[in-house]
Design a protein. Structure first.
Length: 262
């Protein structure tokens, strides 16, 4: 007890005892076996190699653990990025679905107007001789109808020039009922084409949305496995930073698609 208290009070004595112990280790190694007594140098060399191999093994284990932790962190970040990307694609698909519904409704409204125009043309008043002023008024009326449709996006803007020039089936001299029928027929055809384009865009966006969701789910699964593996060996790298794995719920895109398609 007195010796222990002395060592605690006197750091120099403690350093001397420690130095003596370190110097005694080679002798203990040599005397530990008869082979060491006969070949002390070889025994010391083998002991040094064993200690060096032990240090190298510990260094390798620590480096491997550090690589595992970093890999888990990189997967974690990739999973979070994939989740954000999947959400953006889901938003794009939702917008494309809204545009598809709007294009469908616009087409159906145009078809309804076309049906009314057919009925009106069937009961139109018979044609009478018109003055040049009357024909000019029909041209202006046709121009107003086509221009209004183009402004609302129901016809391409190039149709205005075709109608005024009498190209592509347009005839400014037709009866007003026939002119209206021709305008509504062109609008219905254009809106039907626009609906088909919106449907193709929606299908493509849905396909990309599914791919993004599959990538997100795959990275989340890999990140969860890697994080669990890293948690078991994180004690080997006490200075390594930690990050929590994102726990956002997987999106049920198929359910949303079914609800909007119903």
């Amino acid at each position: 007890m007195d010796l222990a208290q002395l060592l605690l009070r006197e750091p120099v004595m403690w350093a001397i005892w420690l130095l003596l112990f370190v110097l005694a280790v080679p002798g203990l190694v040599v005397l530990a076996s008869p082979e060491g007594v006969r070949r002390p140098r070889q025994a010391l060399r083998e002991t040094a190699e064993t200690l060096r191999g032990f240090r190298d093994h510990r260094r390798q284990r620590r480096q491997k653990a550090l690589d595992t932790v970093r890999y888990a962190q990189e997967l974690d970040a990739a999973a979070e990025h994939a989740a954000a990307t999947a959400q953006r694609w889901r938003d794009r698909w939702h917008h494309s679905r809204v545009r598809l519904d709007e294009a469908w409704q616009a087409w159906q409204d145009a078809e309804a107007r076309l049906d009314r125009s057919r009925a009106a043309a069937a009961f139109a008043a018979p044609e009478t001789d018109l003055t040049p002023e009357g024909y000019a008024e029909r041209e202006r009326a046709l121009a107003r109808q086509v221009l209004a449709a183009a402004r609302h996006g129901h016809l391409p803007i190039a149709t205005v020039a075709d109608a005024l020039a009498g190209r592509d089936g347009w005839d400014p001299r037709l009866h007003p009922a026939d002119q209206e029928l021709h305008v509504h027929r062109a609008i219905a055809a254009h809106l039907a084409h626009r609906y088909r384009q919106a449907a193709a865009a929606e299908r493509l966006t849905w396909h990309d949305t599914q791919l993004a969701a599959a990538t997100r789910d795959s990275l989340r699964a890999e990140a969860t496995t890697a994080t669990a593996r890293a948690a078991g060996i994180r004690h080997l790298v006490p200075g390594a930073p930690t990050r929590r794995l994102a726990t956002a719920r997987p999106g049920r895109l198929w359910a949303v698609r079914s609800e909007l398609s119903a």
